[in-house]
Design a protein around this ligand. Structure first.
Ligand code: NAD
Length: 775
């Protein structure tokens, strides 16, 4: 059978919200596509829809493109003139309006024009995939399946894959691999049932939440204050999520289930009057400017569902919430689920039915509970899936309470041995046994390694962990992974240990962010305490540790992801190789807190710019200094790894992992690769600087910004120090200086700034308010 083994080119049909987002995501990973849409009646430009969709990609937030340059990989076309181009595509994905007749008509055309062996899929949110293939050719049917992305496709991890009864197993296997390894998604296999997995349970949970809100006479604000981070869900909680999704879309999705189920379930999916009422008024959420919430200047108002008026937003206050905030894991869940106050009652009433519903649907919508838990985590951003939560609140206790209330608990839940998960196994109702959770060789689980006793060294801010195969990993564990002396010490220990006993070192972790910078609180405290001498020691130690990373005899590979700011970026720059997540937000942002980088970041970024220049060209040192100055002075932060490359935080040869779950594995492979190729420490080189004339030029730029009012007096003071450091101080243009000289300049400037009241105010503001102060 002719199965496409590689998707090199794609066609995306439908250039709406999802189609354009999918084309953008394909471009981000280097796959060119043609984006097709209908020709609007009387259109002068026959590609009007797809071309305007492409234009919108540049304006959307969060950005669908990881670099504006990627748009060049998407060609616009239409469904009348460009059908022959479908024959060039290895994968054709349909993303048109959610109507079976429209989708079937599209597939009829696709069948006529596609090449044999190309994969065809639908991005439907819940229409039967089986029904879509009716009337199609044999080859089409073998290569056809559902691929359900979540919005926005670049950022949301879940990809539900839905095979039909005729999808060839090779095609299914290939798409699972492609989804995970190439698209970087979390793939879950779903059955062809209404709304598949995540949207089925997600909409049910949301509608139940609404019913309980009405029953308990609570407000959307009160509900959101309980259904967000408190229970491990995104900040947008319930109703703000609904506003972002749009009530029209939500109603459509819920109605799809309503039409296909019966009895009690149907009653839940019956759209509440409030929602219909809101839709009729056009209050459908963010895109209409109002929904459950509405902004009034800076204040956020909430809708009172009884009076249909916007009032001041309320928050739920309860003893159980205060208590839970102090707790973690199972204890926290137990407090929240079983408390007798209003919050406890609400959480139980919305949670219990969702848990039961998930259990009832196991087998029907997915083969196993693991898929359901993953779908909810990857598609809805829950920290834990329903069965993981259920284990935490305690299965036996919860069943008692559920049955006392007259809820019916599926037999298999009562029959299993007290928990859904046990030592790396999950319960399978079909065989009534615990089955091992399949291990994915590309997913390194640090928590598991620690449980397995793989810690080599440990202190209050970091661990050194044995990853196996002769590779060690340095993990930051301080709050926000902020760098303090403990981490600095562990860097030294790690490099010493690795030089003796390992092939190389990965610096990485699995927290929320790689690292948000140095421990500001510690620096501020020392600064206010006249502890400049102490700060000098810390900065010196940090600089030395960075040099140790750079000149380690064994390769060090940094693995940044998400926020990698200030000191976080400084830790990466001296590494032998950086393996970055596609979602890496890197930047030297120290000026925001009145400082300049103090761990060698200025020097390393400057060197990276020099090293990136093509061999043989005359180096324009001033241009290099200008660019580095601008990047640091404006505290530029990349919005992706691709952009980090544009800023030279990453070399072209540094790696990018599309799937963040594979990041540590990829970094480990990079260490092994360097080791096998006979890695040796880099040779110490002198660095040519622009010196006095360079300083004057940089200063001129800063002064004109100041004169035009773009930067404050104090910004100018910082800019002067930064210019001095980047220019390499008071030496003739082109002087070659050694790295230690540059580090000393940097440290001196850092210490002068940290002693300034304006800098201390900026640090204080950042610590208290979480955002920069421009003084
Ligand atoms: P959309 O309304 O933004 O885009 C639909 C596209 O279909 C438009 O470009 C439109 O021009 C095109 N279209 C309309 N009539 C057509 C026809 N007769 N033939 C061909 N194309 C036609 O919708 P969307 O939100 O991008 O949704 C597209 C698909 O993705 C739907 O199946 C939807 O269920 C699914 N989906 C949507 C989301 C979401 O959050 N929006 C998430 C996952 C899946």
């Amino acid at each position: 059978m002719n199965v496409v083994q590689h998707i090199r080119k794609a066609a995306v049909i439908g250039s709406g919200v999802m189609g354009s987002g999918i084309a953008a995501h394909l471009a981000n990973i280097g796959i060119p596509s043609i984006l097709l849409d209908i020709v609007p009646e009387h259109a002068q430009n026959r590609n009007e829809l797809s071309e305007s969709a492409l234009q919108k990609l540049f304006k959307q937030k969060p950005a669908p493109l990881s670099s504006p340059k990627n748009a060049a990989l998407i060609a616009a076309g239409n469904l009348e003139d460009d059908l022959d181009k479908l024959a060039e595509a290895d994968w054709i994905i349909e993303v048109v309006v959610e109507r079976l007749d429209v989708k079937k008509a599209v597939f009829e055309k696709v069948d006529q024009h596609r090449k044999k062996g190309s994969i065809v899929s639908s991005n439907t949110s819940g229409i039967s995939v089986e029904a879509m293939k009716e009337g199609r050719s044999e080859d089409f049917k073998k290569h056809f399946l559902g691929t359900h992305f979540f919005n926005p496709p670049r950022y949301l991890k879940l990809l539900e894959i839905i095979p039909t009864s005729e999808t060839a197993s090779e095609v299914l296997e290939y798409m699972k691999m492609f989804g995970e390894d190439v698209l970087g998604k979390g793939v879950v296999l779903a059955k062809d049932t209404p709304n598949f997995i995540a949207n089925r349970i997600g909409t049910y949970g949301l509608l139940k939440t609404m019913h309980v809100m009405t029953e308990m006479n609570l407000s959307p604000g009160e509900v959101d204050s309980m259904t967000g981070p408190l229970i491990g869900r995104p900040k947008s909680a319930t109703f703000r999520t609904l506003d972002v999704v749009g009530l029209d879309t939500f109603i459509h999705v819920a109605k799809n289930v309503y039409d296909q189920v019966d009895g009690e379930e149907k009653a839940v999916f019956d759209i509440p009057d409030v929602l219909l009422n809101m839709r009729d008024k056009g209050w459908i959420g963010a895109k209409a400017g109002q929904g459950f919430f509405k902004k009034d200047g800076k204040t956020i108002l909430e809708l009172d569902p009884n009076s249909m008026e916007y009032i001041e937003r309320k928050k739920m206050k309860a003893a159980s919430i205060e208590m839970a905030k102090q707790q973690k894991g199972a204890a926290k869940w137990k407090t929240l689920a079983y408390a007798n106050d209003q919050a406890g009652q609400f959480i139980w009433k919305m949670l219990a039915p969702t848990l039961l519903y998930s259990a009832e649907l196991t087998g029907e919508i997915a083969d196993d509970i693991v898929s359901i838990d993953r779908a909810m985590k990857w598609g809805f951003g829950w920290n834990e899936g329903p069965f993981e939560i259920w284990d935490k609140i305690g299965v036996a206790d919860s069943i008692k309470k559920m049955e006392l209330e007259g809820r019916s608990v599926p037999d298999w839940v009562k029959e299993m041995d007290g928990s859904f998960y046990k030592d790396g196994h999950y319960y399978d109702p079909l065989t009534q046994s615990y089955k091992p959770i399949e291990k994915n060789a590309k997913v390194i689980d640090l928590k598991q390694l620690k449980e397995d006793g793989k810690i080599i060294k440990q202190n209050s801010g970091a661990n050194l962990i044995d990853l196996g195969d002769g590779v060690a990993l340095l993990e930051f564990t301080s709050p926000n992974n902020a760098i303090g002396m403990d981490i600095v010490q562990m860097i030294n220990t790690a490099v010493d240990e690795v030089e003796k006993n390992y092939k190389g070192l990965v610096i990485g972790n699995q927290g929320k962010n790689f690292c948000v910078g140095a421990n500001l609180a510690m620096i501020l405290m020392a600064a206010q305490d006249d502890g400049i001498w102490e700060i000098d020691m810390v900065v010196k130690g940090f600089q030395q540790a960075m040099m140790k990373i750079k000149y380690s005899a064994k390769p060090v590979v940094a693995a940044p992801f998400a926020m990698t700011l200030g000191g976080g970026t400084e830790v990466c720059l001296p590494a032998a190789h950086i393996q970055a997540s596609m979602e890496s937000y890197m930047g030297l942002v120290e000026v925001g807190v009145g400082l300049i980088p103090g761990g060698g970041g200025n020097k390393e970024l400057y060197i990276r710019h020099l090293e990136q220049l093509p061999a043989g060209v005359t180096v324009d040192l001033q241009a290099v200094a200008n660019k580095v100055f601008e990047t640091i002075a404006m505290a530029k932060v990349s919005t992706s790894a691709a952009e980090a490359r544009d800023h030279n935080f990453l070399y072209k040869a540094d790696g990018i992992s599309v799937n963040q779950d594979h990041l540590l594995h990829d970094a480990k492979q990079a260490v092994l690769h360097l080791h096998e190729n006979g890695y040796t420490a880099p040779i110490r080189k002198k660095v040519p600087v622009t010196g006095e004339t360079g300083y004057a030029t940089l200063l001129l730029g800063a002064q004109s910004m100041h004169a035009s009012g773009f930067i404050s007096d104090y910004d100018l003071t910082i800019a002067k120090k930064l210019a001095w450091v980047i220019a390499g101080g008071n030496v003739p243009f082109g002087t070659e200086v050694d790295e230690q000289y540059l580090l000393d300049l940097e440290r001196e400037a850092f210490l002068q700034l940290v002693a300034q009241p304006n800098t201390q105010q900026r640090m204080q503001h950042m610590l208290v308010k979480g955002k920069p102060l421009r003084n």
